[in-house]
Design a protein around this ligand. Structure first.
Ligand code: NIG
Ligand code: FE
Length: 404
C-alpha cells in the first residue's frame, strides 16, 4: 500500500489548524442525538472535532478534503494487542488448521526469541505493525508486554511500547517462564514485587492471563491487587480456553475489561451485565485457534458493553486488522455491522476508559478515517478489501492513498 496524496489536495502539516472534510456519503459520529448523517461534512480544528453537519452548510477551513462520497467514521480503538515480540509461529497456525489444539505454552517460544532480540529489532517490528494498523483505520492502540517475563525484559519491552502509545499494559503474568516451572510461587512473588517496581513507571494497566496453563484465580487476585495498589488499572485475559471463575473475578476486582470471553456461563453474563467491566471480544483468536466464535448477541441482549479488538500477537491471532475482526463479528458472532463498528470504536474507548476517542462528537480528538465506500456496512460486506483511504490523527492527515 503506497502513501500518496489525493490529487489536488495539499498535504497538511502540523501548522494547519483547521480542516474541513466534505462530500461525505455517511458520517458516523456516534452523537447521541444524531449518530449518523448522510451528505455530511466535518471540521477539525486544533486536533479536535469543531463542527459537523450538512455538506451544503460546511464552513471554510485552512484545508479542504473531498471525501468523494465515502464514509467517514471514528478511528478504531484497538484495546488489546501484544506488539512487542520477535519471531514467527506460523508453523503452529498451520498445525492448528490441521486439528492440533491451541495451548498457552506456545508463548514461551516467543519469549525465548524476544529476549534475544535487540531494542531496535523489537521496536522496528512493533512500529511496522502499528503502520499496518493505521492503514486499516486504527488510531488508538493498547500494547501489552508479556514476552519478556524477566524484570529486565518486561521493563525493556514496556519502555519500548511506551514510545508508541500511552496505553501500555504490564503482563508479566502471561505464563510462568521455563526457568520457574518448578517454583511458580517464586515467579508470582517476582511479578508482584521487583518486576512490578520496574514496570509500573512505564505502564497504565496491569493484566493477567487467568486460564488453564497460565495463572490461577488466586494468583490472579494477588497480582492484580498488587498492581492496583501501585495505581495501575486492571485488565484481564479470561475464559479463553474454558469456563472458569475468571470473568466473575474480573468484575469483582473492578477490571476495566475482561478479554476473550470465549466460554461464558449465564452467571458470567449476568455479572458482566451488572458491572462496568467491558467484555473484550477477539474474533481473530477464534479464527486462528478454531475455538468457537463468541455469541455476542447474547452479551448485547443482556446489556453488556462489548469491545472488539485484534489481540494482534504471533501465537493466537496474528492480524492487525480491525476491519477483518468486524467482518468476523458480523458473519459469525451475531452482531450488526453498526454494533461491530461501535464495539471497535466506542467499545474500545470504554475498555480503555478514554472519553475523547472512539466517537466524533464536537470536542472529541480528531481521529477519523475515510473509506472508499459509501457506508460503514462495506467493512463487513467487502471482507479483505483495503477500504481505508485516509486517516486523521489529531486532525493531521496520517495515511492517504488513492481511492481505486
Ligand atoms: O491473548 N491468551 C494469552 N495471550 C495471547 C496469546 C499469546 C500467544 O499465543 O503468544 C492471547 O491470545
Ligand atoms: Fe491477548
Amino acid at each position: 500500500m503506497s502513501s500518496t496524496a489525493i490529487p489536488g489536495t495539499a498535504l497538511p502539516s502540523a501548522a494547519t489548524t483547521s480542516t474541513v472534510v466534505d462530500n461525505i456519503g455517511v458520517l458516523l459520529t456516534h452523537d447521541s442525538e444524531k449518530p449518523e448523517l448522510a451528505n455530511a461534512a466535518i471540521v477539525f480544528e486544533n486536533g479536535r472535532v469543531a463542527w459537523w453537519g450538512a455538506s451544503a452548510d460546511s464552513p471554510s477551513a485552512d484545508l479542504r478534503v473531498d471525501a468523494h462520497g465515502g464514509c467517514v467514521l471514528p478511528g478504531f480503538v484497538d484495546s488489546h494487542s501484544h506488539l512487542v515480540f520477535a519471531g514467527d509461529r506460523s508453523d503452529e497456525f498451520e498445525s492448528r488448521m490441521a486439528g492440533r489444539r491451541y495451548e498457552a505454552g506456545g508463548i514461551r517460544r516467543t519469549v525465548a526469541l524476544s529476549r534475544e532480540a535487540s531494542d531496535e529489532e523489537l521496536l522496528a517490528n512493533a512500529s511496522a505493525l502499528i503502520v499496518e494498523m493505521r492503514r486499516q483505520g486504527t488510531t488508538t492502540v493498547e500494547i501489552k508486554s508479556g514476552y519478556g517475563l524477566s524484570v529486565h525484559d518486561e521493563a525493556r519491552m514496556l519502555r519500548l511500547a511506551s514510545t508508541l502509545t500511552s496505553e501500555t499494559t504490564f503482563l508479566g503474568a502471561h505464563v510462568v517462564p521455563a526457568e520457574f516451572v518448578d517454583d511458580r510461587a517464586a515467579y508470582v512473588r517476582l511479578v508482584m514485587g521487583e518486576m512490578l517496581d520496574a514496570c509500573a513507571p512505564h505502564s497504565r494497566w496491569i493484566d493477567v492471563f487467568c486460564d488453564d496453563g497460565a495463572f490461577t484465580e488466586e494468583e490472579t487476585r494477588a497480582i492484580i491487587g498488587a498492581g492496583q495498589a501501585r495505581g495501575l488499572g486492571a485488565r484481564m485475559h479470561g475464559a479463553q480456553l474454558g469456563e472458569s471463575g475468571a470473568v466473575q473475578l474480573a468484575v469483582e476486582l473492578g477490571a476495566a475489561s475482561v478479554d476473550h470471553c470465549t466460554y461464558l456461563s449465564d452467571v458470567d453474563v449476568d455479572a458482566l451485565a451488572g458491572s462496568s467491566t467491558v467484555a473484550g471480544l477477539l474474533p481473530g483468536v477464534e479464527f486462528s485457534t478454531k475455538h468457537p466464535f463468541v455469541d455476542a448477541r447474547r452479551l448485547l441482549d443482556a446489556g453488556v458493553t462489548v469491545a472488539l479488538a485484534s489481540d494482534c500477537n504471533p501465537g493466537s491471532s496474528f492480524t492487525s486488522s480491525i476491519p477483518f475482526c468486524i467482518a468476523l463479528a458480523v458473519r459469525e458472532m451475531g452482531m450488526t455491522t453498526l454494533e461491530a463498528v461501535a464495539a471497535a470504536t466506542l467499545g474500545g474507548a470504554r475498555s480503555l476508559r478514554l472519553a475523547d476517542v472512539g466517537h466524533l462528537r464536537v470536542g472529541a480528538r480528531a481521529n477519523a478515517q475515510i473509506l472508499d465506500a459509501p457506508n460503514y456496512r462495506h467493512l463487513a460486506y467487502r471482507p479483505g478489501v483495503p477500504l481505508v483511504t485516509t486517516v486523521f490523527l489529531d486532525g493531521v492527515l496520517d495515511v492517504v492513498k488513492h481511492p481505486h
